[in-house]
Design a protein around this ligand. Sequence first.
Ligand SMILES: *Cc1c(COP(=O)(O)O)cnc(C)c1O
Length: 365
Amino acid sequence: MFNERIHNFNAGPSAIPLAVLKKAQSEFLNFEGTGMSIMEMSHRSKEFEAVLARAINGVKSLLNIPDEYAILFLQGGASLQFSMVPMNLATPGKKIDLIQTGVWTQKAHKEAQKQAEVHIAASSEPDKFMRLPALNEIQISPDASYVHMCSNNTIYGTEFNEYPKPPAHIPLIADMSSNILSRPFDIQQFGLVFAGAQKNLGPSGVTLVIIKKELAERADKALPAMLQYRTYIAENSLYNTPPTFGIYMLALMVEHLIALGGLKAVEVRNIAKAKTLYDEIDRTGFFKCPVKKEDRSRMNVVYRIKGGDENLEKEFVQEAEAAGLAGLKGHRSAGGLRASIYNPVEQASIDALVKFMQDFERRKG
Ligand SMILES: *Cc1c(COP(=O)(O)O)cnc(C)c1O
C-alpha cells in the first residue's frame, strides 16, 4: 500500500505525466462547462470534434507532418496493425519485406504471411535479438510491396537511430509503439507508422496511425470497411464511435510535449535519463546490459544481475517494489530486468532507481 504516487517503470500500459493526470482530473466531471465528462458526450459534438482536432494538430505540429499524410485514431492496438498493414498495402504478386528484430516483428511476420510471401530482409535472431541489423545488412527485394520494421524493440531493449532507405517506390512501414514522440524523426521517410498509445501516448485503447494518403488507395474495396485505412481517412476517424477518452488523453499528452519544448527538448531529456541508467549498469559489472552498445534503447533498458542470477533478480524486483519502484521485471520471453523509461518517466525516478541499485549492489555484490 502506498499513500502517494511511486516510480513507475511499467512497459505498457505505463506512466502518464502527473500534470496530464491532474488536468484530466480537473476536467473529469465537467468538461469545459458542458456539465458532463468528455466520456459522456457524443463523438459528433462540437466539443469532441475540437478535442479530436487538438490531438491531430498536436501530433502534426510535433512531427511537422505535411498534408499528404493523414493522422488517424483506430482501435485494436498495435497488434491489429500487424494485419491491417498487409491487408491494405500488400500488392498482389509482390513480396512483403520485413526486418526481424524481436517478438513484435515475429508477430507482424506471422500475420503478413497470411496475405503474401514474406522476405526477411535482415534478422538479428541469430544474435538472440541483442543487436540490430546494420543498415548495410538489410537486403530489400527490388519489387517489395513495402518494408516492415519496428523502430524500438520493447522486449529486447534495442532501438534504431537511423532508418533504412528503401528505393522511393517501396514504402517503409514502422511499428513505433514504444518510442513514438520520444525523439524527432522525418515522417517523409515512411509510408505509414503506427503506435499503440499505452507506452508513450496515454492510456490503452487507441492506436495512432500516420499514413501517406495515397497508400490507402492500394487496398481492395472489398475489404471490411473497418479494416480499410481509406474509411478512417474519409471520415476523419469518425466512421464509427472512436475511443473518445483515449483520444482526449492523447490530446493532453501531445500538448504536454509541446509545452516541454517539442521533440528536440524531449529527446534531450530522454538521452540524459538513459545515460544515467546505462552508466550505472556499466559501472562495476554487477549489473550487465546484454545489448550491443550502439543499439541500446533509450526507452526500454534491459539488464541482468551477475550474468543472469535469477534468484538475485527476483529479490531485486521484490525489494524494488517494496521501495516504490514498480515494473522492473523483464518481459517473460527475455527474463532479467527491464526499466521502461518512456517520456513521462522523470529524471527523479531514474535517480531513485540508480540509488536503489547502488544500495542493492552494496548489500548483495
Ligand atoms: C506493446 C507493443 C505492441 C503491441 O501493442 P498492442 O497495442 O498491445 O497490440 C506492438 N509493438 C510494439 C513495438 C510494442 O511495444
